[in-house]
Design a binder for this molecule. Structure first.
Ligand code: IPE
Length: 257
């Protein structure tokens, strides 16, 4: 089984509220189908989640009444996005089932506590692709919080030990600096603990689910159980190549044990 995350920056325009990249999503679904691989799919929230979540500091948990309608709005918006993903997968000929974290997961102080992984296993067994996503979730200590796609990826990788785990980003992989704004940014082909320790402070900008540091920590954990790659989902053919275990431009994550 191969575990895939479609980052919110790939399937949406992260700067514009609820802006879907329909063509990209359709192409990625076709690439998954064409690979013939058995997969579990996780997708990010992009502009369907981060904008309202950040405005209302939902990642800090419940602390004021005005967050309640905001949490509900984000749950609605990420479900709309999820439905778009599900539609594209069905159109590509990939039977799939949606597993929303707001219904099947619980956080504890921001960390993923419970996730019903048996549901994923049962759908896989039936030849149905389980699909989950970054969502608002109940939190046993904070009322609610944000469950990120990366937290879900880590738990699913621990449980299922996929042969490969692929993160689809909007850039070629992990860089030494932000490739959108820094022309000196260099692609890091192999990421390990040393990479994490050496990343410059300028890279520490964060959205509601954390900085690149948090992301690399998740990836290093995942690399304990699985070959782990970060590739560019905006470049046609790369996801299919990675799914077929072909050489592909990107960053490979290595855990030094
Ligand atoms: C974010 O999930 C969830 C919400 C903001 C509701 P992710 O952290 O996985 O989303 P992306 O990939 O960064 O957009």
């Amino acid at each position: 089984m191969i575990l895939i995350k479609l980052g919110g920056s790939v399937i949406t325009d992260k700067t514009k509220y609820k802006t879907l990249r329909t063509e990209v999503l359709g192409r990625l679904a076709s690439e998954i189908k064409a690979s013939g691989q058995k997969v579990i799919l996780v997708h990010g929230a992009g502009s369907y989640g981060h904008i309202i979540a950040a405005e209302n500091e939902l990642q800090k948990g419940f602390f004021k009444e005005s967050q309640v309608p905001a949490a509900s709005q984000v749950m609605e918006d990420v479900r709309v996005l999820n439905l778009e993903v599900i539609k594209c997968l069905n159109e590509a000929g990939l039977p799939c089932a949606s597993l929303p974290p707001s219904a099947i997961a619980k956080l504890q102080a921001g960390e993923l506590k419970d996730l019903d992984c048996q549901l994923f296993a049962d759908y896989l067994e039936l030849g149905i692709v389980p699909v989950t996503f970054g969502d608002v979730c109940l939190d046993t200590e904070r009322g609610f919080g944000i469950c990120s796609g990366d937290q879900l990826m880590t738990r699913i990788a621990e449980t299922f030990k996929p042969t490969t785990t692929i993160f689809c980003s909007d850039v070629d992989g992990v860089y030494t600096a932000d490739p959108h704004s820094d022309t000196d940014a260099r692609l890091i082909e192999t990421i390990d603990q040393k990479t994490l320790d050496e990343l410059p402070r300028s890279q520490r900008c964060a959205d509601v689910t954390g900085s690149i540091f948090k992301k690399i920590e998740h990836m290093l954990n995942i690399a304990t159980y699985s070959k782990a790659l970060v590739i560019n989902g905006l470049v046609p053919g790369r996801l299919k190549a990675a799914l077929c275990d072909e050489e592909v431009v990107g960053s490979k994550v290595e855990r030094i044990l």
